[in-house]
Ligand binder design. Structure first.
Ligand code: SF4
Length: 452
């Protein structure tokens, strides 16, 4: 078989298969009379309660790209539009609402649904994280599906507020209280008790899996980059969304660790072409058109890292006796701890002062680009996602001014293929390579950041 442009990790495939297994597990659950919950992304803070109660979890946000890849997203988006949802609203969420509306009409999984579809939920678990769509969508979906809904509220302080004395401890206390209320809600809804031993095993399993996942990503600083962003995206589901046996997950990520380490030790690249440009990607990728990255790999663009979905740096949390608090401190490390964990003491103190004075520090933005020695950044402004788009011009500006790393923006959408034009983007690649060559020389001579 001819080699592709990207040198895929063999250990990625079983992790990738877990995406399909999740849909299968939800269909098996229904056949066995077990409940299924539709969930918004929670980065592991709330789903362990569902898993401990033996409730299968499924994520409509993830299902959007599955529908897009299988070419059926248009029907669900059209249905959402016909129901009155504006087309500038989140593509993931419109897909979910179109699906829910059809499900209500026919009383079963829509026939065009890929991977067996999402079965009717026993409950909807919304979150208050990142954007309003994470709970507004389920408020609407609950009316189609006639399902109970719970919102996991989560404080999201601004950078200055996050560093104020006592702020982090207040957030932790609030989240622990919120999650314990969620546990009580589940007990009432299911008419049975939470299995707290199982919950703690799941929390610890998640922390261990993410520790290996973190270490794998650290190895990606090597030159040539040993693991492409496509392999990261293909395998991240098992680390972020859990849902499977954590011993199995651990074994699969250990296998991936060994394969990436072998590549680092033997200088094996993630692309089958010379690594001319080390790249990073912001923020949500074009899931429906990932073949685009193969075309870029042919030009020597190696996406050695990406900005989103990374686990926090591992911290010793075993002394926290309450597993709910342990989980909260793992999932929400807090801005102060994140700065202290990633910078030397004096610099960390300096960064905090800078944030308290002007509201942000460019050093947080450019650190990854510098650590992974990237030559350029590809950004994707998303027409239907304000949360991950509004800050992109500022990222671009900071990368260029403070790290001498240029970036290229390619507009698109998470699910709507018609908004992404890979051919137009490829036509701009020559000019962007000239920019990357120029700034490589600038960095070699010593990049002098322009302080703002
Ligand atoms: S963050 Fe963006 S893509 Fe995710 S649910 Fe919110 S609007 Fe949609």
């Amino acid at each position: 078989m001819a080699k592709g442009a990207i040198n895929r990790l063999k250990t990625m495939y079983p992790l990738r298969n877990m995406v399909d297994q999740r849909y299968q597990a939800s269909q098996d659950a229904i056949k066995q009379g077990k409940p299924v919950a539709w969930c918004m992304i929670d980065f592991g803070i709330a789903t362990p309660f569902l898993e401990a109660m033996d409730i299968a979890t499924i994520f409509p946000e993830n299902y959007g790209p599955v529908c897009a890849v299988n070419g059926v997203v248009g029907g669900f988006l059209d249905r959402a539009t016909a129901e009155g949802f504006p087309n500038h609203m989140c593509g993931y969420c419109r897909n979910c609402l179109g699906y829910s509306s059809i499900m209500q009409e026919i009383g079963e999984v829509p026939p065009q649904a890929p991977s067996g579809g999402m079965p009717k939920p026993a409950l909807l678990m919304a979150t208050g994280r990142v954007c309003d769509a994470h709970f507004k969508t389920f408020q609407a979906a609950a009316r189609y599906l006639d399902s109970p809904m719970w919102i996991i509220d989560q404080p999201q302080p601004g950078e200055i507020e996050a560093l104020l004395p006592g702020s982090y401890e207040r957030d932790v206390k609030y989240m622990v209280g919120e999650l314990k209320e969620f546990a009580k809600f589940l007990e009432r809804l299911m008419g049975r008790k939470m299995d707290w031993n199982k919950y703690e095993t799941i929390v610890n399993g998640r922390i261990e899996v993410n520790k290996i996942w973190y270490e794998i990503n650290e190895m990606r600083k090597a030159v040539p980059g040993p693991m492409h962003a496509r392999d990261f995206w293909s395998s991240m589901s098992a680390a972020i969304f859990g849902g499977a046996d954590y011993e199995v997950n651990k074994k699969l990520f250990h296998d991936m660790y060994d394969e990436v380490k072998y590549r680092v030790d033997n200088k094996i690249s993630a692309i089958n072409f010379p690594e001319k440009y080390r790249m990073t990607f912001y923020v949500l990728p074009p899931w429906h058109s990932l073949g685009f990255f193969d075309k870029l790999a042919e030009r020597g663009w190696n996406f050695v890292i990406e900005e989103a979905y990374h686990p926090p740096k591992p911290r010793n949390l075993q002394l926290i006796s309450d597993p709910v608090e342990r989980s909260v401190r793992f999932c929400i490390p807090g801005l102060g701890n994140t700065i202290e964990d990633n910078f030397p003491e004096a610099e960390a103190a300096d960064i905090k002062k800078e944030i308290l004075k002007k509201g942000y520090s460019h050093r947080l933005t450019v650190k990854q680009a510098q650590d992974y020695k990237v030559d350029g950044a590809l950004l994707q402004p998303l027409l239907t996602c304000r949360a991950y788009t509004l800050h992109q011009p500022s990222i671009s500006d900071q990368l260029l001014k403070m790290a001498c790393v240029p970036s290229m923006s390619v507009e698109g959408d998470t699910v709507d293929v018609s908004l992404f034009d890979p051919e137009a983007a490829l036509r701009r690649a020559d000019a962007f390579e000239e920019q990357m060559d120029h700034f490589k020389e600038v960095r070699e001579k010593g990049c002098v950041g322009v302080a703002k």
